[in-house]
Design a protein around this ligand. Sequence first.
Ligand code: 13P
Length: 273
Amino acid sequence: MRFFPIDRENNVLNLKKVVMKKDRKLLIAGNWKMNKTVAESLDLVQQLVRELHQVKEVDILISPPFTALGEVSKKVIETNIRLGAQNMSEHTGGAYTGEIAAEMLKEFLVRYVILGHSERRQHQEESDSLISKKALTAHAASIRPIVCVGETLEQREAGVTNDVVGSQIKGSLAGLTSEQMEETVVAYEPVWAIGTGKTATAEQAQQVHAFIRSVLAELHGSSVANQVRIQYGGSVKPANARELMSQPDIDGALVGGASLDAKSFSEIILNSI
Ligand code: 13P
């Protein structure tokens, strides 16, 4: 079972938190980034299916590179592991050399697509407005977007984390209907915590997650905001997963490095239940 902090002084408040949290099932996702050949992907998937086939309490997602989606798809069909992609075009098809359309992903039963990862914002100069177009295209194809936001170290140190994250949320999710918003996942990934071994403390992460939910409530009302799953990403490991996942507004994880190893990804999931 998930761990909830016990506050004996204030059981009513505590109970409320528990009920709200149970409404949102954890979504723990692996983002394999530009790693794994087809053979390596199949090897990892085989181990994950073995380790995790009994897990029902958490939604499990893996996002291999495009080149491995076809083969991996055959291995996870009829298992509890869902498939995600790491990016997608905002266009539905046509003369866009090198791009991948939503319908092509659907052929492999891709259910989720990671959009606006900070690495794409940085290296491919993806803007909030492009990300919102991609999110709309994903919804039109019934693929759920996982929209990433997060501040850099300089921004955190300058005390503008909420300004940055708030503006990314408003820009990257612009134009979504409330129904689409409910089916969208937000991933808060502080840039300074990605691949650095420096995790945000559970309190730091919870603060930003609660702020994100308040911005979503401003945009779509609190009942929609309470449905949206907000993942944390940035150096999630077996050792810190439980504390992070026990926070009231943290509804899952987007795991990079530790998702490349079957044992550590499985432990993150099992430690979060
Ligand atoms: P790490 O878990 O390697 O820090 O990466 C996080 C991430 O970018 C997931 O999308």
